[in-house]
Design a protein around this ligand. Structure first.
Ligand SMILES: [Zn+2]
Length: 713
């Protein structure tokens, strides 16, 4: 037994380059090594694949991995080949000759892992081949595809039950990242896994920061600000509901200087594949997509997922946001939604022609999602609770934890809104209802004689935007619903009676004026500061070059987390390099020299640069001693502008305040700062446009200092 454990750990170290197992990986491996079956529920990024890869390598024979996702199969195999593991895949993308070669490798026992699509596995000829090969195990990936209720149902998966009948001695492992109780039961029953041991990991993805906010007509700008402030140069996915919106958004982001590419089912296949390929193989691509994009994408370093529309269930939200941060490094799930989303989703659901049973499930799912979006408590706690998981304390890494939401007693206001719906006959949309509440003088209201109703003009304490917020929350809380005909008319629901009668108080979110605007300067990435930013970029460039030579995605060479560790530890030789997490024997041989060279070069450059930073320190020292700027310039025989450049550097670092250096009042500061903030992205580094815009009122030295003060904010 212990020998087995040691062996598993040895492989983890020497092949994969990791020190220890995570979650229940070790127990699962042991279960399979002993010939038992396993059902594994683990969130994406939890390290599912190691659970079958290691036993497949340790047990005699080949491990057969059934996966419905062609792209994923290919990525996994190229990653395994990089590690020196004998792996291959068989699917429809291969030509006949290559397929035959792989089948021969299988017959000759030259493979440790073989990935196949389910339809290929089920052919008699392939099963015949499997019959003659020694087998280590079967792994059924994305096992939830067996569920007829799920959104990823694959009929071929039902037939996988024959594996059990045909090869009763071979251990099987079924894995999934998305499964509620019902799906779980279906997996066990349909695949004949009643005897299997069940392993359920927490669904928590602690490195993802969940943030949702309300669209007040500025969603696109807010998205751009979010990307520039927090994720410039990062890979990300932006989800939109329609193809049109996908194209417009991608084009707009591109115009703003970001590398954004569209992806939706209506595009020519070649263009789609090309964009997907770039997303996988380059470091900084933003894919703007409909939900058609994502299945089978296993890119570990996606740093953000943004939604410009509400998904229609929490499962979908969790799955889509789960594509961020698979490498475990910090990532953001950002969403902006509005009244229109809520109305549209309700309409789509009510007018679908699904049977009543299905409709009931869908209605429940949508209501859960709407409830989630309007939460005033910790998002993560609610998310985990939905999946039957539990968390004691608020997480501290979601918007409601970071900026607590205030609530207010909106009972009276809600009563006004609900009465207005009732009095006008339950057939009008939000805009009309708002006009009535505000007592607007328009013909439509007069034609219906609604200006004579008691509710006419009773809502002037709020403005139109605030009324939209109220209506959105009333719909989300199921106090109002949307008509089936699709005109956006609102109707009362059974639940609203208690509020109308005053039996139940209603607490609603106090909406923030705007999504909090942050300073324009880019938030520093975790662990990356000014001095090692260059090393970070150099390591990334080295990885990219290697990836291009080998025609694999960069993360197949090394994950970001591994580069990050290289940057922090700066290994000097191969021995130290081998200790970095993610560096196995094969990768040590293949890449250590290249990366060590980059680290070496960086160290030398640092040495040369430190003399440059000395001169800034000298200026600072004299300034602190009370010497005037003119005197410092004279004393050091340097130009005045050079001294200002030194001091502005210190302002940017927050060492000096703006007012210590320049004589200027608050109002002037604000005028200049506004000009900088209004600059086009491409001019962000320039002073001249601001100088010109202010008619030369302020000199360049002063402008430089004010700009520096923005960076320090
Ligand atoms: Zn939280």
């Amino acid at each position: 037994m212990n020998i087995m454990k040691d062996n598993a750990l040895t492989i983890l170290n020497s092949v994969f380059g990791y020190d220890e197992f995570r979650h229940s990986q070790q127990d699962i491996i042991q279960q399979l090594m002993q010939g038992g079956d396993a059902v594994v529920l683990m969130p994406t990024g939890g390290g599912k694949s190691l659970c079958y890869q290691i036993p497949a390598m340790l047990r005699p024979g080949v491990g057969i991995i059934i996966s419905p996702l062609i792209a994923l199969m290919q990525d996994q195999v190229s990653a395994l080949l990089q590690l020196g593991v004998r792996a291959a895949f068989l699917n429809s993308t291969l030509d006949a000759l290559t397929s035959r070669e792989i089948e021969q490798q299988l017959s000759r026992g030259e493979l440790d892992l073989l990935y196949v699509a389910p339809e290929r596995l089920m052919t008699e000829s392939f099963l015949g081949l499997v019959d003659r090969s020694p087998l280590a195990l079967f792994a059924i990936d994305e096992a939830h595809c067996v569920s007829q209720w799920g959104h990823d149902f694959r009929p071929e998966y039902i037939q996988l039950s024959i594996l059990h009948q045909r090869y009763p001695q071979v251990p099987r492992i079924a894995l999934t990242a998305t499964a509620d109780e019902t799906t779980r039961a279906e997996i066990i029953q349909r695949l004949g896994l009643e005897q299997a041991k069940m392993y359920v990991s927490s669904f928590d993805r602690p490195n993802i920061c969940y943030r949702l906010s309300q669209n007040q007509g500025n969603a696109r700008d807010a998205l751009l600000r979010f990307i520039l402030n927090e994720h410039e140069g990062d890979a990300g996915i932006v989800y939109c509901l329609s193809r049109n919106k996908v194209e417009q958004t991608a084009e707009w982001l591109s115009r703003k200087g970001l590398a954004a590419l569209p992806y939706h089912a209506g595009m020519p296949a070649r263009e789609r594949q090309h964009n997907q390929h770039r997303f996988l193989n380059e470091d900084n691509i933003i894919i703007v997509a409909t939900i058609a994009f994502g299945m089978g994408i296993d890119k570990p370093d996606v740093r953000f997922v943004a939604h410009l529309n509400l998904p229609k269930s929490i499962e979908a939200y969790y799955q889509e946001t789960g594509r961020a941060g698979r490498d475990g490094l910090p990532a953001t799930a950002w969403m902006m939604y509005g009244l229109q989303d809520v109305i549209m989703l309700k309409q789509m659901m009510e007018s679908s022609d699904a049977d009543e049973k299905h409709k009931r499930i869908e209605r429940h799912k949508l209501d859960s999602m709407l409830g989630f979006s309007e939460l005033t408590s910790c998002r993560r706690q609610a998310l985990l609770k939905y999946f039957g998981d539990h968390m004691d304390e608020p997480c501290g890494n979601c918007d409601t934890c970071l900026t607590p939401v205030e609530t207010w007693d909106a009972t009276v206001v809600a009563q006004k809104a609900l009465s207005c719906v009732h009095r006008t006959g339950q057939r009008f949309g939000v805009n009309y209802l708002t006009d009535v509440l505000l007592g607007k003088d328009n013909d439509r209201i007069k034609n219906f004689s609604h200006d004579r109703l008691g509710v006419y003009g009773i809502g002037t304490e709020l403005n139109a935007r605030q009324w939209r917020d109220i209506f959105r929350q009333l719909i989300a809380r199921n106090l109002l619903t949307v008509d089936v005909q699709g005109h956006g008319g609102l109707r009362l629901t059974e639940q609203c009676r208690a509020v109308l009668r005053g039996e139940q108080a209603l607490m609603l979110r106090q909406e923030l004026k705007k999504e909090k605007t942050k300073s324009r300067t880019r938030k520093q990435k975790q662990g990356i500061n000014e001095s090692n930013q260059y090393l970070w970029e150099a390591l990334r460039a080295c990885r990219k070059k290697l990836a291009e030579q080998l025609d694999v995605p960069p993360f197949v060479i090394f994950h970001d987390a591994t580069l990050m560790e290289m940057m922090e530890r700066q290994p000097q030789n191969k021995e130290q390099f081998a200790r970095i997490s993610g560096v196995g024997a094969h990768k040590l041989d293949a890449y250590a020299d290249k990366f060590l060279e980059v680290i070496q070069e960086h160290a030398e450059k640092e040495k040369r640069c430190s003399s440059a930073s000395d001169t800034v320190e000298e200026t600072l020292e004299l300034f602190k001693q009370g010497m005037s700027i003119n005197d410092i310039a004279a004393h050091r025989k340097l130009k005045l502008s050079t001294i200002y450049t030194h001091l502005s550097e210190k302002i940017a670092q927050g060492v000096l305040s703006l007012k210590e250096v320049v004589d200027i009042d608050e109002q002037q500061i604000r005028i200049i700062q506004d000009e900088f903030l209004n600059l086009d992205e491409k001019d962000a580094e320039k002073l001249k446009p601001v100088y010109d815009a202010l008619d030369g009122m302020f000199n360049y030295e002063l402008l430089r200092c004010v700009r520096a003060s923005l960076e320090s904010a």
